[in-house]
Design a protein around this ligand. Sequence first.
Ligand code: NAD
Length: 265
Amino acid sequence: MTRVAVIGAAGRMGATVCAAVVADARTELVAAVDPTVAGTPLAVAPSVVAVAPADAPEVLASSGAEVVVDFTAPSVVLDNASVAAAAGCHLVIGTTGLGADGLSALASLYPPEGSLGCVVAANFAIGAVLSMRFAEMAAPWFETAEIIELHHDRKVDAPSGTALRTAERMAAASSTWADDPTQSTVVAGARGGVAAGGIRVHSVRLRGLVAHQEVLLGTTGETLTIRHDSLDRASFMPGVLLAVTQVASGAWPGLTVGIDAFLGL
Ligand code: NAD
């Protein structure tokens, strides 16, 4: 069984990951890090007592963790990655909002010539991964596209990592995007933010939602809408566990962005 430590273990995602790791026969939860529950045994695994971030280096070593899973915040994820790399652990990061500089920092911590792997995915839901691929495939056939991402009202970063990654992939797949026709913006931000390729991204934050995205593509006389809905955080768990088991196999040294390769996409 793969020995897993979860950083951000008390968060919405981290707690779901802890439960999924405990429930899966291929994985064992051996450590949990989160300042809000430090010193408390986890309800899903009472033998695991959560520790504060300062104690993470010690607990990763003493627990024999092989893979660290991080669902925290952009402000702390690189510090956590340094601790995981120093402890000789593979790393699976679901935290979003890292940016290009963050990815380069991770590539330095997890070099391809080393034996450790780091997987960073803006979205672990299989349907979301497929929808990004579909958007990339559709991009060359449409001149206009906009992305609407919709999330729960406690999400701290905007736009979502999934929306940014979707735009990047669509922009890389096509260079024939039409210019924006807007000449006057009456309410600032009405046309959304500009992501890769000039693709507009609109972020909705609404109580009751989980994680949703629509990619709208238009060309003469037709439109295509690609929509994905994560209705429950359980939707991310098969992808997280796939990343954990793949990276633990040692077959993916260095930095892997997205889980597409694990799905054969
Ligand atoms: P959350 O606020 O519920 O949880 C974050 C947790 O991290 C909190 O419990 C907090 O105490 C803890 N934390 C903060 N600093 C820490 C540190 N230094 N060490 C250890 N723990 C620390 O947030 P959430 O909704 O669970 O989301 C977490 C991240 O996951 C966000 O970036 C979100 O965008 C991302 N996310 C990614 C996916 C995906 O599929 N990749 C899906 C959903 C959410």
